[in-house]
Design a protein around this ligand. Structure first.
Ligand code: RIB
Length: 337
């Protein structure tokens, strides 16, 4: 049987092909098509089992078989390894990936979305930053598949692959407590997203569970905009001012690496009297002497889930509405070294 076409829908609804196309593209309101007409066409689409998603997309853009991947910093080993895994998996399904970094700069992030739009990518995979909400909503309104990962933004209803950061930081802090530590510092990046702040919640929760009072003086936020050298210097100042610290949880991999530089410069030993654990694993932590314990995020699984959700969005087997909300939350793993 000949597959249904947009022409069939237009004929049945007794409207023009352009009208159906605007409705499929989510542009009906903008084009001042009445609510009754939208409802009528949508009813026919549903009744006939027409798959609007693929048609809408091909009408709008054609299919470029490319996916835009936007992360905070592609040179960060966490994002780099996920990007590489995503690239391999996408390639197996006939898609190519175009990468870019926001560097937590909203103008840059918006410019990237514009650039990807002009390149007519078929879908977007984004580790978003605050302020991108409207841009992402626009993509969704335009029926373009979007999957966010690592972070989501308040009020943004989009498919996501996230990590239980509270649990991860809880495990890391509990590990230090079990080593007898009482003055556990927490060093995190000042990125304003819940998933990063959740690491602090996990830290606090573990302290509370062991009846250790959290000391705000030994919780330190490091600006994302810092240079590596500024971060090392901030950390040297912090650890010098707080000699009581007997252990530290670094909230991200690159801060832990800077921490190791700082301890080297301070001649501060990592041993039974001073423990270090990092959120995110890194080859350096394994090589370092002594080796450094870490909370490992399941990068392979993150990439798998992200790819399967975006492919779901790019296929014709489900209606767009059904594809919209898939929320995956994964656990991280404590690596004791
Ligand atoms: O800098 C990398 C870190 O930022 C990772 O922990 C990742 O989860 C991200 O949000």
């Amino acid at each position: 049987m000949k597959p249904l076409s947009i022409k069939d829908i237009a004929k049945k609804a007794n409207v023009s092909i352009t009208t159906v196309s605007f409705i499929l593209n989510g542009k009906a309101e903008k084009m001042r098509i009445s609510q009754e007409m939208i409802a009528k066409v949508e009813k026919i689409i549903k009744e006939l089992g027409f798959k609007p998603n693929q048609v809408a997309r091909s009408l709008r853009t054609g299919n470029t078989k490319t996916i835009g991947l936007i992360v905070e910093d592609i040179s960060n080993p966490f994002f780099a390894s996920i990007a590489r895994l995503i690239e391999d998996k996408a390639y197996k399904h006939g898609y190519k990936i175009i990468y870019s970094s926001t560097e937590n700069n909203l103008d840059k992030a918006r410019g990237l979305i514009k650039m990807f739009k002009s390149r007519q990518v078929d879908g977007y995979i984004i580790a978003p930053m605050v302020g991108m909400e409207e841009d992402i909503r626009e993509l969704l309104t335009d029926r373009t598949p979007v999957v966010v990962f690592d972070r989501n933004l308040p009020g943004l209803e989009v498919s996501s692959v996230l990590i239980d950061n509270v649990e991860g930081a809880f495990l890391a802090t509990q590990f230090l407590i079990q080593k007898g530590k009482k003055n556990i510092a927490f060093v995190n990046v000042d990125v304003e997203v819940k998933q990063i702040k959740d690491r602090f919640t996990g830290y606090e929760k573990a302290l509370k569970a062991s009846k250790i009072k959290a000391d705000p003086n030994i919780c330190k936020l490091i600006p994302f905009s810092n240079t590596a050298e500024e971060t090392t210097n901030d950390l040297i100042d912090f650890f010098t001012a707080n000699p009581q610290i007997d252990a530290v949880l670094f909230g991200t991999n690159y801060l832990a690496v800077r921490g190791l530089f700082c301890f080297k410069e301070m001649n501060k030993k990592i041993d039974k009297d001073f423990k270090v654990i990092a959120y995110d694993d890194h080859d350096i932590f394994q090589l370092h002497s002594p080796s450094i314990s870490a909370v490992e995020q399941p990068t392979e699984e993150i990439a798998d889930q992200v790819i399967s959700l975006i492919l779901k969005g790019l296929t014709i087997s489900e209606s767009f509405e059904e594809q919209q909300l898939n929320k995956v939350v994964l656990s991280s793993r404590l690596i004791e070294r």
